[in-house]
Ligand binder design. Structure first.
Ligand SMILES: [Zn+2]
Length: 520
Protein backbone atom coordinates (compact mmCIF):
# COMPACT_ATOMS: atom_id res chain seq x y z
CA UNK A 1 0.00 0.00 0.00
CA UNK A 2 2.81 2.34 1.02
CA UNK A 3 4.78 1.55 -2.12
CA UNK A 4 1.72 2.28 -4.26
CA UNK A 5 1.29 5.65 -2.54
CA UNK A 6 4.99 6.38 -3.22
CA UNK A 7 4.49 5.34 -6.84
CA UNK A 8 1.48 7.68 -7.14
CA UNK A 9 3.46 10.56 -5.67
CA UNK A 10 6.43 10.01 -8.02
CA UNK A 11 4.11 9.59 -10.99
CA UNK A 12 2.22 12.82 -10.37
CA UNK A 13 5.57 14.67 -10.07
CA UNK A 14 6.68 13.18 -13.39
CA UNK A 15 3.34 14.01 -15.04
CA UNK A 16 3.76 17.69 -14.19
CA UNK A 17 7.19 17.72 -15.90
CA UNK A 18 6.45 16.41 -19.43
CA UNK A 19 9.11 15.44 -21.98
CA UNK A 20 9.87 17.85 -24.79
CA UNK A 21 10.62 16.78 -28.36
CA UNK A 22 14.29 17.64 -27.70
CA UNK A 23 14.30 15.29 -24.63
CA UNK A 24 12.74 12.67 -26.85
CA UNK A 25 15.35 13.10 -29.58
CA UNK A 26 18.23 12.93 -27.09
CA UNK A 27 16.87 9.81 -25.35
CA UNK A 28 16.39 7.90 -28.60
CA UNK A 29 19.73 8.87 -30.14
CA UNK A 30 21.75 8.21 -26.98
CA UNK A 31 20.24 4.78 -26.34
CA UNK A 32 20.60 3.81 -29.99
CA UNK A 33 24.31 4.69 -29.93
CA UNK A 34 24.80 2.77 -26.69
CA UNK A 35 22.58 -0.25 -27.37
CA UNK A 36 25.38 -2.83 -27.59
CA UNK A 37 26.99 -1.62 -24.36
CA UNK A 38 23.58 -1.42 -22.70
CA UNK A 39 22.75 -5.00 -23.70
CA UNK A 40 26.08 -6.35 -22.42
CA UNK A 41 25.72 -4.42 -19.19
CA UNK A 42 22.17 -5.82 -18.68
CA UNK A 43 23.50 -9.38 -19.29
CA UNK A 44 26.35 -8.89 -16.84
CA UNK A 45 24.30 -7.44 -14.00
CA UNK A 46 21.09 -9.45 -14.47
CA UNK A 47 22.45 -12.83 -15.61
CA UNK A 48 26.16 -13.43 -15.02
CA UNK A 49 26.26 -11.65 -11.63
CA UNK A 50 22.92 -13.12 -10.57
CA UNK A 51 22.74 -16.81 -9.66
CA UNK A 52 18.94 -16.76 -9.51
CA UNK A 53 18.59 -15.51 -13.10
CA UNK A 54 16.41 -17.98 -15.04
CA UNK A 55 18.46 -17.23 -18.18
CA UNK A 56 21.75 -18.27 -16.60
CA UNK A 57 21.31 -22.07 -16.95
CA UNK A 58 20.44 -21.63 -20.65
CA UNK A 59 23.60 -19.59 -21.35
CA UNK A 60 25.91 -21.78 -19.27
CA UNK A 61 24.57 -24.96 -20.87
CA UNK A 62 25.38 -23.52 -24.29
CA UNK A 63 28.90 -22.59 -23.10
CA UNK A 64 28.47 -18.81 -22.92
CA UNK A 65 30.51 -16.94 -20.33
CA UNK A 66 30.32 -13.16 -20.01
CA UNK A 67 33.60 -12.85 -21.99
CA UNK A 68 32.55 -15.17 -24.79
CA UNK A 69 29.21 -13.39 -25.16
CA UNK A 70 30.92 -9.99 -25.30
CA UNK A 71 33.43 -11.17 -27.94
CA UNK A 72 30.60 -12.58 -30.04
CA UNK A 73 28.45 -9.43 -29.79
CA UNK A 74 31.37 -7.08 -30.56
CA UNK A 75 32.63 -9.13 -33.52
CA UNK A 76 29.32 -10.12 -35.15
CA UNK A 77 26.98 -7.32 -34.12
CA UNK A 78 24.04 -7.65 -31.74
CA UNK A 79 21.35 -9.17 -33.98
CA UNK A 80 23.74 -11.68 -35.49
CA UNK A 81 24.99 -12.69 -32.03
CA UNK A 82 21.39 -13.15 -30.85
CA UNK A 83 20.75 -15.45 -33.82
CA UNK A 84 23.80 -17.51 -32.80
CA UNK A 85 22.46 -17.71 -29.24
CA UNK A 86 19.06 -18.87 -30.54
CA UNK A 87 20.72 -21.53 -32.68
CA UNK A 88 22.52 -22.71 -29.52
CA UNK A 89 19.23 -23.08 -27.66
CA UNK A 90 19.25 -19.71 -25.86
CA UNK A 91 15.67 -18.62 -26.62
CA UNK A 92 12.27 -19.14 -25.05
CA UNK A 93 9.08 -20.22 -26.72
CA UNK A 94 6.13 -18.25 -25.42
CA UNK A 95 4.78 -21.21 -23.42
CA UNK A 96 8.22 -21.79 -21.90
CA UNK A 97 8.49 -18.12 -20.97
CA UNK A 98 5.08 -18.19 -19.30
CA UNK A 99 5.96 -21.34 -17.36
CA UNK A 100 3.23 -23.38 -19.14
CA UNK A 101 5.75 -25.78 -20.64
CA UNK A 102 9.13 -26.94 -19.25
CA UNK A 103 12.26 -25.67 -20.99
CA UNK A 104 13.96 -28.74 -22.47
CA UNK A 105 17.35 -28.47 -24.14
CA UNK A 106 19.95 -31.26 -24.37
CA UNK A 107 21.31 -31.63 -20.82
CA UNK A 108 18.86 -29.15 -19.30
CA UNK A 109 15.28 -29.30 -18.06
CA UNK A 110 13.77 -26.52 -16.00
CA UNK A 111 10.70 -24.37 -15.46
CA UNK A 112 11.21 -20.73 -16.37
CA UNK A 113 10.09 -18.13 -13.82
CA UNK A 114 9.22 -14.99 -15.80
CA UNK A 115 8.61 -12.97 -12.63
CA UNK A 116 12.38 -13.09 -12.06
CA UNK A 117 12.86 -11.06 -15.25
CA UNK A 118 11.12 -7.94 -13.86
CA UNK A 119 13.74 -5.28 -13.24
CA UNK A 120 11.71 -2.15 -12.56
CA UNK A 121 13.20 -0.29 -9.64
CA UNK A 122 10.75 0.67 -6.90
CA UNK A 123 8.32 2.32 -6.73
CA UNK A 124 6.40 0.47 -9.42
CA UNK A 125 2.94 -0.81 -10.30
CA UNK A 126 1.87 -4.24 -11.54
CA UNK A 127 0.45 -4.53 -15.07
CA UNK A 128 -1.53 -7.61 -16.05
CA UNK A 129 -1.50 -8.88 -19.62
CA UNK A 130 -4.82 -9.73 -21.28
CA UNK A 131 -4.11 -13.45 -21.40
CA UNK A 132 -5.44 -13.86 -24.93
CA UNK A 133 -2.61 -16.33 -25.56
CA UNK A 134 -2.52 -18.09 -22.19
CA UNK A 135 -2.68 -17.24 -18.50
CA UNK A 136 -2.39 -13.62 -17.46
CA UNK A 137 1.10 -12.48 -16.52
CA UNK A 138 2.04 -9.68 -14.18
CA UNK A 139 4.77 -7.23 -15.18
CA UNK A 140 5.96 -4.44 -12.87
CA UNK A 141 6.73 -1.03 -14.34
CA UNK A 142 8.29 1.99 -12.62
CA UNK A 143 8.56 5.69 -13.48
CA UNK A 144 11.75 5.21 -15.58
CA UNK A 145 10.00 2.54 -17.67
CA UNK A 146 6.97 4.79 -18.18
CA UNK A 147 9.18 7.71 -19.24
CA UNK A 148 10.98 5.44 -21.68
CA UNK A 149 7.65 4.37 -23.23
CA UNK A 150 6.55 7.99 -23.49
CA UNK A 151 9.84 9.11 -25.07
CA UNK A 152 8.56 8.24 -28.57
CA UNK A 153 5.31 10.19 -28.28
CA UNK A 154 6.61 13.72 -29.08
CA UNK A 155 8.32 12.49 -32.27
CA UNK A 156 5.29 10.39 -33.21
CA UNK A 157 2.89 13.33 -32.81
CA UNK A 158 5.28 15.56 -34.81
CA UNK A 159 5.56 12.97 -37.60
CA UNK A 160 1.76 12.64 -37.74
CA UNK A 161 1.40 16.43 -37.95
CA UNK A 162 -0.86 16.06 -34.92
CA UNK A 163 0.78 18.15 -32.19
CA UNK A 164 -2.17 20.57 -32.22
CA UNK A 165 -4.89 17.89 -32.22
CA UNK A 166 -6.75 16.55 -29.15
CA UNK A 167 -6.05 12.94 -28.12
CA UNK A 168 -9.20 10.86 -27.47
CA UNK A 169 -8.54 7.43 -25.94
CA UNK A 170 -10.93 4.56 -26.70
CA UNK A 171 -9.85 1.73 -24.40
CA UNK A 172 -11.66 -0.33 -21.76
CA UNK A 173 -11.95 0.99 -18.23
CA UNK A 174 -9.76 0.27 -16.38
CA UNK A 175 -7.31 -1.69 -18.48
CA UNK A 176 -3.56 -1.75 -18.99
CA UNK A 177 -3.95 -0.20 -22.44
CA UNK A 178 -6.19 2.57 -21.08
CA UNK A 179 -4.14 3.42 -17.99
CA UNK A 180 -0.77 3.17 -19.78
CA UNK A 181 -1.84 5.38 -22.66
CA UNK A 182 -3.37 7.94 -20.30
CA UNK A 183 -0.01 8.10 -18.50
CA UNK A 184 2.38 8.02 -21.45
CA UNK A 185 0.53 10.64 -23.48
CA UNK A 186 0.42 12.88 -20.39
CA UNK A 187 4.13 12.28 -19.63
CA UNK A 188 4.94 13.60 -23.10
CA UNK A 189 2.77 16.70 -22.76
CA UNK A 190 -0.29 15.44 -24.70
CA UNK A 191 -2.93 15.21 -21.98
CA UNK A 192 -5.84 13.20 -23.44
CA UNK A 193 -8.93 15.37 -23.91
CA UNK A 194 -11.22 12.42 -23.21
CA UNK A 195 -11.20 8.70 -22.48
CA UNK A 196 -14.10 6.55 -23.65
CA UNK A 197 -14.49 2.90 -22.65
CA UNK A 198 -15.97 0.10 -24.80
CA UNK A 199 -17.64 -1.59 -21.85
CA UNK A 200 -19.25 -0.50 -18.59
CA UNK A 201 -16.70 -2.31 -16.44
CA UNK A 202 -14.50 -5.31 -16.99
CA UNK A 203 -14.79 -6.19 -13.33
CA UNK A 204 -13.22 -9.64 -13.52
CA UNK A 205 -10.01 -8.42 -15.08
CA UNK A 206 -9.15 -5.07 -13.62
CA UNK A 207 -5.61 -3.95 -14.22
CA UNK A 208 -5.86 -1.13 -11.72
CA UNK A 209 -8.88 -0.91 -9.45
CA UNK A 210 -11.08 2.02 -10.27
CA UNK A 211 -10.39 3.45 -6.84
CA UNK A 212 -6.68 3.75 -7.57
CA UNK A 213 -7.42 5.38 -10.90
CA UNK A 214 -9.70 7.88 -9.12
CA UNK A 215 -6.95 8.56 -6.55
CA UNK A 216 -4.42 9.18 -9.31
CA UNK A 217 -6.74 11.58 -11.13
CA UNK A 218 -7.51 13.42 -7.87
CA UNK A 219 -3.80 13.75 -6.99
CA UNK A 220 -3.04 15.02 -10.50
CA UNK A 221 -5.89 17.50 -10.19
CA UNK A 222 -4.35 18.91 -6.97
CA UNK A 223 -1.22 19.64 -9.00
CA UNK A 224 -3.28 21.42 -11.65
CA UNK A 225 -3.48 18.52 -14.15
CA UNK A 226 -6.98 17.70 -15.38
CA UNK A 227 -6.86 14.09 -16.60
CA UNK A 228 -10.03 12.56 -18.08
CA UNK A 229 -12.09 9.99 -16.21
CA UNK A 230 -13.37 7.23 -18.53
CA UNK A 231 -16.95 7.41 -19.77
CA UNK A 232 -18.89 4.74 -21.63
CA UNK A 233 -19.28 4.41 -25.42
CA UNK A 234 -20.56 0.84 -25.75
CA UNK A 235 -18.64 -1.13 -28.40
CA UNK A 236 -21.76 -2.35 -30.20
CA UNK A 237 -22.85 1.20 -30.91
CA UNK A 238 -20.39 3.90 -29.79
CA UNK A 239 -22.53 6.78 -31.09
CA UNK A 240 -21.80 8.65 -27.84
CA UNK A 241 -18.11 8.83 -28.78
CA UNK A 242 -18.89 9.83 -32.38
CA UNK A 243 -21.13 12.63 -31.09
CA UNK A 244 -18.52 13.83 -28.61
CA UNK A 245 -15.82 13.98 -31.28
CA UNK A 246 -18.11 15.68 -33.76
CA UNK A 247 -18.99 18.37 -31.19
CA UNK A 248 -15.60 18.91 -29.52
CA UNK A 249 -12.97 18.24 -32.18
CA UNK A 250 -13.78 20.39 -35.25
CA UNK A 251 -10.16 20.23 -36.47
CA UNK A 252 -9.91 16.46 -36.07
CA UNK A 253 -8.47 14.22 -33.35
CA UNK A 254 -5.97 11.49 -32.63
CA UNK A 255 -7.80 8.31 -31.52
CA UNK A 256 -5.65 5.50 -30.08
CA UNK A 257 -7.70 2.27 -29.96
CA UNK A 258 -8.03 -1.25 -31.44
CA UNK A 259 -8.90 -1.72 -35.16
CA UNK A 260 -12.25 -3.42 -34.41
CA UNK A 261 -13.33 -0.65 -32.03
CA UNK A 262 -12.39 2.00 -34.59
CA UNK A 263 -14.49 0.25 -37.28
CA UNK A 264 -17.49 0.19 -34.93
CA UNK A 265 -17.05 3.91 -34.28
CA UNK A 266 -17.22 4.63 -38.02
CA UNK A 267 -20.26 2.37 -38.48
CA UNK A 268 -22.08 4.08 -35.61
CA UNK A 269 -21.37 7.54 -36.98
CA UNK A 270 -22.64 6.43 -40.37
CA UNK A 271 -25.86 4.86 -39.06
CA UNK A 272 -26.70 7.96 -36.98
CA UNK A 273 -25.59 10.40 -39.71
CA UNK A 274 -22.98 11.95 -37.40
CA UNK A 275 -20.35 13.82 -39.39
CA UNK A 276 -16.88 13.04 -38.09
CA UNK A 277 -13.88 15.31 -38.72
CA UNK A 278 -10.73 13.72 -40.20
CA UNK A 279 -9.42 11.37 -37.53
CA UNK A 280 -5.98 9.81 -37.08
CA UNK A 281 -6.56 6.33 -35.65
CA UNK A 282 -3.50 4.91 -33.86
CA UNK A 283 -4.11 1.19 -33.94
CA UNK A 284 -2.58 -1.87 -32.32
CA UNK A 285 -3.58 -5.02 -30.45
CA UNK A 286 -5.12 -6.71 -33.50
CA UNK A 287 -3.43 -7.05 -36.89
CA UNK A 288 -3.97 -4.07 -39.19
CA UNK A 289 -4.66 -5.60 -42.58
CA UNK A 290 -5.03 -3.90 -45.96
CA UNK A 291 -8.77 -4.50 -45.99
CA UNK A 292 -9.23 -2.85 -42.58
CA UNK A 293 -7.04 0.05 -43.60
CA UNK A 294 -9.09 0.58 -46.76
CA UNK A 295 -12.27 1.02 -44.68
CA UNK A 296 -10.65 3.91 -42.79
CA UNK A 297 -9.03 5.56 -45.79
CA UNK A 298 -12.21 5.34 -47.88
CA UNK A 299 -14.06 7.12 -45.06
CA UNK A 300 -11.49 9.95 -45.17
CA UNK A 301 -9.47 9.06 -42.07
CA UNK A 302 -5.83 8.17 -41.47
CA UNK A 303 -4.47 5.08 -39.75
CA UNK A 304 -1.16 4.70 -37.97
CA UNK A 305 0.01 1.32 -36.65
CA UNK A 306 1.96 0.57 -33.50
CA UNK A 307 3.07 -2.74 -32.03
CA UNK A 308 3.52 -3.67 -28.39
CA UNK A 309 2.55 -6.05 -25.63
CA UNK A 310 2.54 -5.72 -21.85
CA UNK A 311 5.68 -7.88 -21.54
CA UNK A 312 7.69 -6.34 -24.37
CA UNK A 313 6.48 -2.74 -24.14
CA UNK A 314 6.49 -0.82 -27.42
CA UNK A 315 8.40 -2.75 -30.10
CA UNK A 316 7.67 -0.70 -33.23
CA UNK A 317 5.92 2.46 -34.45
CA UNK A 318 4.45 3.16 -37.89
CA UNK A 319 6.47 4.56 -40.77
CA UNK A 320 5.26 8.05 -41.76
CA UNK A 321 5.89 7.37 -45.45
CA UNK A 322 4.54 3.98 -46.29
CA UNK A 323 1.81 2.52 -48.43
CA UNK A 324 1.73 -0.78 -46.56
CA UNK A 325 -0.92 -1.18 -43.83
CA UNK A 326 1.43 -2.08 -40.97
CA UNK A 327 4.90 -0.98 -42.07
CA UNK A 328 6.65 0.06 -38.84
CA UNK A 329 10.11 1.00 -37.57
CA UNK A 330 11.61 -1.25 -34.90
CA UNK A 331 12.57 0.78 -31.83
CA UNK A 332 16.13 -0.51 -31.87
CA UNK A 333 17.16 1.81 -29.07
CA UNK A 334 15.07 -0.35 -26.73
CA UNK A 335 14.69 -3.79 -28.33
CA UNK A 336 16.47 -6.15 -30.68
CA UNK A 337 14.17 -8.28 -32.88
CA UNK A 338 15.31 -11.36 -34.73
CA UNK A 339 13.50 -14.21 -36.43
CA UNK A 340 13.75 -17.74 -35.13
CA UNK A 341 15.63 -20.08 -37.43
CA UNK A 342 13.48 -22.03 -39.85
CA UNK A 343 12.54 -25.43 -38.58
CA UNK A 344 13.45 -24.62 -34.98
CA UNK A 345 10.04 -23.47 -33.94
CA UNK A 346 7.50 -25.99 -32.70
CA UNK A 347 4.63 -24.21 -34.49
CA UNK A 348 6.39 -24.63 -37.82
CA UNK A 349 6.49 -20.84 -38.27
CA UNK A 350 9.60 -19.71 -40.10
CA UNK A 351 9.14 -16.09 -39.10
CA UNK A 352 8.60 -16.39 -35.32
CA UNK A 353 9.79 -13.17 -33.67
CA UNK A 354 12.25 -13.20 -30.77
CA UNK A 355 12.58 -10.05 -28.68
CA UNK A 356 15.52 -8.91 -26.55
CA UNK A 357 15.63 -5.90 -24.21
CA UNK A 358 18.51 -3.47 -24.78
CA UNK A 359 17.41 -0.30 -22.97
CA UNK A 360 18.82 0.57 -19.52
CA UNK A 361 15.28 1.48 -18.38
CA UNK A 362 13.71 -1.79 -19.58
CA UNK A 363 11.27 -2.96 -16.93
CA UNK A 364 11.37 -6.59 -18.01
CA UNK A 365 14.56 -8.22 -19.25
CA UNK A 366 13.84 -10.35 -22.31
CA UNK A 367 16.52 -12.45 -24.02
CA UNK A 368 15.34 -14.03 -27.28
CA UNK A 369 11.75 -14.39 -26.02
CA UNK A 370 8.94 -15.21 -28.45
CA UNK A 371 5.99 -12.87 -28.73
CA UNK A 372 3.66 -15.45 -30.32
CA UNK A 373 3.79 -13.39 -33.53
CA UNK A 374 5.55 -13.72 -36.82
CA UNK A 375 6.49 -10.82 -39.09
CA UNK A 376 8.63 -9.64 -41.96
CA UNK A 377 11.78 -7.68 -40.95
CA UNK A 378 14.12 -5.74 -43.25
CA UNK A 379 16.27 -2.66 -43.78
CA UNK A 380 14.67 -0.09 -46.04
CA UNK A 381 15.14 3.57 -46.89
CA UNK A 382 11.89 5.51 -46.49
CA UNK A 383 13.10 9.03 -45.70
CA UNK A 384 10.74 9.49 -42.74
CA UNK A 385 11.41 11.10 -39.37
CA UNK A 386 12.26 7.77 -37.66
CA UNK A 387 15.00 7.18 -40.21
CA UNK A 388 16.48 10.59 -39.34
CA UNK A 389 16.70 9.35 -35.75
CA UNK A 390 18.63 6.28 -36.89
CA UNK A 391 15.75 3.77 -36.70
CA UNK A 392 16.18 2.17 -40.13
CA UNK A 393 14.89 -1.40 -39.62
CA UNK A 394 11.29 -2.01 -40.72
CA UNK A 395 8.83 -4.65 -39.53
CA UNK A 396 5.52 -5.47 -41.23
CA UNK A 397 2.79 -8.11 -41.66
CA UNK A 398 2.74 -8.87 -37.94
CA UNK A 399 0.45 -11.87 -37.32
CA UNK A 400 -0.08 -14.39 -34.58
CA UNK A 401 0.99 -17.86 -35.72
CA UNK A 402 -1.62 -19.65 -33.70
CA UNK A 403 -3.37 -22.23 -35.77
CA UNK A 404 -6.81 -23.76 -36.00
CA UNK A 405 -7.25 -27.51 -36.22
CA UNK A 406 -10.62 -28.84 -37.31
CA UNK A 407 -11.69 -32.37 -38.23
CA UNK A 408 -8.00 -33.24 -38.60
CA UNK A 409 -7.21 -30.31 -40.86
CA UNK A 410 -4.82 -27.57 -39.83
CA UNK A 411 -5.59 -24.10 -41.11
CA UNK A 412 -2.90 -21.44 -41.00
CA UNK A 413 -3.66 -18.11 -39.40
CA UNK A 414 -3.12 -16.24 -42.67
CA UNK A 415 -5.92 -18.22 -44.32
CA UNK A 416 -8.26 -17.57 -41.39
CA UNK A 417 -7.50 -13.87 -41.75
CA UNK A 418 -8.32 -13.79 -45.44
CA UNK A 419 -11.63 -15.49 -44.71
CA UNK A 420 -12.66 -12.93 -42.08
CA UNK A 421 -11.05 -9.88 -43.67
CA UNK A 422 -11.87 -10.41 -47.33
CA UNK A 423 -14.20 -13.24 -48.21
CA UNK A 424 -16.98 -12.91 -45.64
CA UNK A 425 -17.40 -9.09 -45.82
CA UNK A 426 -17.21 -9.20 -49.64
CA UNK A 427 -19.74 -12.02 -49.98
CA UNK A 428 -22.07 -11.44 -47.05
CA UNK A 429 -21.66 -7.68 -46.27
CA UNK A 430 -20.31 -5.67 -43.30
CA UNK A 431 -16.71 -5.08 -42.22
CA UNK A 432 -14.03 -7.46 -40.85
CA UNK A 433 -15.07 -6.40 -37.32
CA UNK A 434 -18.50 -7.97 -37.91
CA UNK A 435 -17.14 -11.53 -38.10
CA UNK A 436 -15.21 -13.72 -35.71
CA UNK A 437 -14.12 -17.33 -35.77
CA UNK A 438 -13.77 -19.48 -32.69
CA UNK A 439 -12.67 -23.02 -32.06
CA UNK A 440 -15.11 -24.63 -29.66
CA UNK A 441 -15.79 -28.12 -28.37
CA UNK A 442 -19.39 -29.30 -28.42
CA UNK A 443 -20.93 -31.56 -25.77
CA UNK A 444 -19.64 -34.63 -27.62
CA UNK A 445 -16.11 -33.22 -27.53
CA UNK A 446 -16.05 -32.51 -31.24
CA UNK A 447 -14.22 -29.39 -32.36
CA UNK A 448 -16.46 -26.97 -34.15
CA UNK A 449 -15.64 -23.81 -36.04
CA UNK A 450 -18.00 -21.16 -34.72
CA UNK A 451 -18.58 -18.27 -37.10
CA UNK A 452 -20.09 -15.33 -35.21
CA UNK A 453 -21.86 -12.83 -37.43
CA UNK A 454 -22.95 -9.43 -36.13
CA UNK A 455 -26.79 -9.53 -36.06
CA UNK A 456 -26.92 -6.17 -37.84
CA UNK A 457 -25.76 -7.95 -41.04
CA UNK A 458 -28.84 -9.24 -42.83
CA UNK A 459 -27.59 -12.52 -44.18
CA UNK A 460 -28.95 -16.04 -43.86
CA UNK A 461 -26.85 -18.44 -41.78
CA UNK A 462 -26.81 -20.90 -44.68
CA UNK A 463 -25.17 -18.30 -46.95
CA UNK A 464 -22.40 -17.73 -44.41
CA UNK A 465 -21.81 -21.46 -44.02
CA UNK A 466 -21.64 -21.89 -47.80
CA UNK A 467 -19.14 -19.00 -48.05
CA UNK A 468 -16.88 -20.64 -45.45
CA UNK A 469 -17.07 -24.05 -47.18
CA UNK A 470 -16.32 -22.55 -50.60
CA UNK A 471 -13.40 -20.62 -49.18
CA UNK A 472 -11.76 -23.66 -47.60
CA UNK A 473 -12.46 -25.76 -50.70
CA UNK A 474 -10.63 -23.22 -52.90
CA UNK A 475 -7.81 -22.47 -50.46
CA UNK A 476 -7.07 -26.15 -49.81
CA UNK A 477 -7.87 -27.65 -53.19
CA UNK A 478 -5.23 -30.38 -52.85
CA UNK A 479 -6.93 -31.64 -49.74
CA UNK A 480 -10.35 -32.02 -51.36
CA UNK A 481 -11.37 -35.13 -49.39
CA UNK A 482 -10.68 -33.28 -46.16
CA UNK A 483 -12.65 -30.18 -47.10
CA UNK A 484 -15.46 -32.50 -48.12
CA UNK A 485 -15.48 -33.95 -44.61
CA UNK A 486 -15.66 -30.43 -43.28
CA UNK A 487 -18.77 -29.76 -45.33
CA UNK A 488 -20.49 -33.01 -44.42
CA UNK A 489 -19.62 -33.07 -40.74
CA UNK A 490 -21.45 -29.88 -39.70
CA UNK A 491 -18.11 -28.69 -38.38
CA UNK A 492 -18.96 -25.11 -39.28
CA UNK A 493 -21.59 -23.53 -37.03
CA UNK A 494 -22.90 -20.04 -37.76
CA UNK A 495 -24.26 -17.92 -34.90
CA UNK A 496 -25.83 -14.50 -35.15
CA UNK A 497 -24.16 -12.81 -32.21
CA UNK A 498 -21.92 -9.85 -31.60
CA UNK A 499 -18.23 -10.82 -31.80
CA UNK A 500 -16.77 -11.40 -28.32
CA UNK A 501 -14.28 -8.99 -26.80
CA UNK A 502 -11.20 -10.24 -24.96
CA UNK A 503 -10.87 -9.05 -21.38
CA UNK A 504 -8.78 -6.17 -22.69
CA UNK A 505 -11.51 -5.17 -25.13
CA UNK A 506 -10.07 -6.46 -28.41
CA UNK A 507 -11.95 -8.39 -31.06
CA UNK A 508 -9.77 -11.31 -32.06
CA UNK A 509 -10.24 -12.73 -35.55
CA UNK A 510 -9.68 -16.20 -34.16
CA UNK A 511 -10.93 -16.63 -30.62
CA UNK A 512 -9.81 -19.64 -28.62
CA UNK A 513 -13.05 -20.44 -26.89
CA UNK A 514 -11.82 -23.63 -25.25
CA UNK A 515 -9.87 -21.61 -22.70
CA UNK A 516 -12.85 -19.46 -21.85
CA UNK A 517 -16.02 -20.02 -19.93
CA UNK A 518 -18.17 -22.82 -21.27
CA UNK A 519 -21.11 -21.45 -23.21
CA UNK A 520 -23.28 -24.42 -22.18
ZN1 LIG B 1 9.74 5.44 -42.26
Amino acid sequence: MLSEARFGFSLVSALTDPLTIEDSRQMIKRCLAERTDNFLSLCNSLIFANNSSPYKPLLLRAGYSSDRLERLVRSEGLESALSSLAADGVYLEIKEFKGQKPVKRPGLEMTFDASATDIASAPSIPLKSSGSSGPRMVTRIGIAGLRMLSSYMPVMMEGLGARHLPVVLYYPMPSVAGVLHLIIFTLSGFIPAAWFSQCPSLTAHRALPLLQLSALLAAASLRGLQLPFPRIAEIRHPAELARWISKNCPEGAVVPTFPGSALHLLQSALSESIKLPRLIFILGGEPLTERKRRFFMDAGHDVYPWYSSVETGRVALGCFRSSLPDDMHILKDRVACIKQLQGTHSSGSSNALLITSVHPDSYKFLLNVETGDEAVIGERRCGCLWEEYGLTTHISTVRSYEKLTLEGMTFMTGDIFNLVEETLPARCGGTPADYQLAEEEDTAGLTRLIVSVNPRISVHEEEVRAAVHDYFREAYIKRAPMTDILTRSSAVVVRQEFPDLTCSGKILTLRHAKKEKNRG
